[in-house]
Write a protein that binds this ligand. Structure first.
Ligand SMILES: [Fe+2]
Ligand SMILES: [Fe+2]
Length: 481
């Protein structure tokens, strides 16, 4: 079978030979109307009849896998695409290290695998739900298009997980696939599974922070699952990662453009102190201290997604060969870790200390550390923009003990610098570190839509280059009202 070839003749584009896999095709076709209903109820509000310049995956060849064209979102071809199968792939870690990768679900790990796939699957539609109101306040057609690109691809990622559930998990897989369409972000009775995916994304700065920080958690999770000994999951995640890169690009460049515009405006107005919030806001741009607060919020919410620092579930998933480490195959060790240790930040006698824990149970901590390193790259870029404008202000990641709801630090309060403080001080000072209602109101006041091609809202700079090398005045969305 040629896995590079994508079959577009069936209703569901795929490179998994669905036309010869009648049972799975039937299950997916049965799920399709529910998905379309979900998209129309919970997908982007408005713009469903507009032509959007979107990329669609048409191949899994890394040299060229997407094509760009105007598409109405409901007509987007959500397909099932797995990276090509590697001949003789072996399980790259855990107790089954070196054995041939599984092409079918290993019976003894079935429940664990299903749970991991469901959790990953649940995040995909959740973010679409969180972002559904943003279209009406987009700062440009370029940004509007990027939002919709992210949304349709998260939809495709849901399809990817649903395929795995329906193909490999029989009836409970089909039930889980239905549940993925039933839960709703932020719903009191039936919320999404993970905290950060039930938070609101009220404005475009939140959207950029979300795609920078929370989609990056997704990247780390997908990387670990891409190592999986269960080969179909590995191949699915590998292809999802190619799309995911664009989501984080949207976040990183979005924040860069906000920072850039703020610095330019401050300079033009002769403002020397970036912390003079009232003066900066009077210019109609978002002050740097407020950007820092948003960053504090989204980074800390995203850290919670990694779970407890010390976790037997993580150890079990690794031992089983189900979920590996970030870049597992590039790590030089025995890939089994029976005696290895890893330093974990813990609360010891009221202080934050590094304690060596068995490396196996510390895998969440390790993945979170890899994530933090990856996040830090953005700070360097953004701080360079601020420094070149002549300002000494620096954006930074808050301490991992700051504003946590899961893990070692969930019951204490810490400042962004990692100083432990009592409840009273926290309540008094949290507004200095996290966005307040007033901050949110100010940002919301800037969110007026700009729908003329080539024009941008005054609080954000234009991008350096267009999507698919299009010129600055390209009409990325042909708005149909
Ligand atoms: Fe995704
Ligand atoms: Fe994403």
């Amino acid at each position: 079978m040629n896995y590079m070839h994508v079959d577009y003749s069936t209703k569901i584009p795929n490179n998994v030979n669905l036309s010869e896999d009648r049972q799975v095709l039937k299950a997916l076709e049965g799920w399709h109307p529910g998905y379309m209903n979900w998209w129309s109820d919970m997908g982007p509000e408005g713009f469903q009849q507009s032509l959007v310049y979107l990329r669609t995956a048409y191949s899994v060849d890394p040299r060229g896998w997407a094509k760009f064209d105007y598409v109405k979102m409901p007509d987007y071809r959500w397909g099932i695409l797995l990276a090509p199968r590697e001949e003789n792939r072996v399980i790259p870690f855990g107790e089954n290290y070196g054995k041939p990768a599984w092409q079918e679900v290993p019976g003894e790990h079935r429940a664990m695998l299903r749970r991991l796939i469901v959790i990953q699957g649940d995040t995909e539609p959740a973010s679409v739900e969180q972002q559904r109101h943003l279209g009406k306040t987009a700062p440009s057609l370029y940004d509007l298009r990027n939002l919709f690109q992210v949304n349709v691809e998260e939809g495709r990622h849901l399809w990817a997980m649903v395929y795995l559930l329906q193909k490999y998990f029989g009836r409970d897989g089909r039930e889980e696939a239905d549940e993925l369409l039933r839960r709703r972000s932020g719903d009191a009775d039936s919320p999404r599974m993970l905290g950060a995916f039930n938070e609101a994304t009220p404005d475009w700065l939140s959207f950029f922070m979300f795609t920078y920080f929370t989609d990056r958690d997704g990247k780390m999770q997908l990387h670990s699952l891409a190592q999986s000994g269960f080969d179909p999951l590995s191949r699915t995640c590998r292809f999802m990662l190619t799309e995911e890169a664009h989501h984080m690009f949207v976040g990183e460049t979005g924040i860069s453009r906000v920072v850039q515009r703020t610095c330019e405006a401050m300079k033009e107005a002769g403002i020397a102190d970036p912390a003079d919030i009232a003066k900066v806001r009077a210019l109609g741009v978002i002050d740097l201290p407020t950007i820092q607060k948003k960053l504090n919020l989204h980074y800390s919410l995203s850290l919670d997604l990694f779970g407890s620092e010390v976790s037997t579930n993580a150890a079990n998933a690794f031992n089983a060969g189900i979920k590996g480490r970030y870049r597992e195959t590039q790590i030089e060790d025995d890939h089994r870790l029976p005696n290895a240790t890893y330093p974990v930040l813990k609360l010891v006698d009221g202080a934050i200390k590094r304690v060596d824990e068995p490396a196996l149970t510390a895998l969440n901590m390790r993945l979170r550390d890899d994530y933090t390193q990856d996040c830090a790259k953005g700070m360097l870029r953004w701080n360079k923009i601020i420094a070149s404008a002549g300002y000494g202000f620096k954006l930074s990641l808050p301490n991992v003990a700051f504003h946590r709801a899961i893990g070692e630090f969930r019951d204490i309060h810490a400042t962004p610098d990692g100083v432990l403080i009592d409840d009273a001080s926290w309540n008094k000072r949290r507004g200095e570190w996290l966005p307040s209602t007033a901050d949110g109101d100010f940002i919301a006041s800037l969110m007026t839509p700009v729908t003329e091609a080539g024009k941008f809202a005054p609080w954000i700079s234009p991008p350096k280059v267009g999507i698919d090398n299009k010129p600055g005045d390209f009409e990325y969305v042909k708005i149909e009202t």
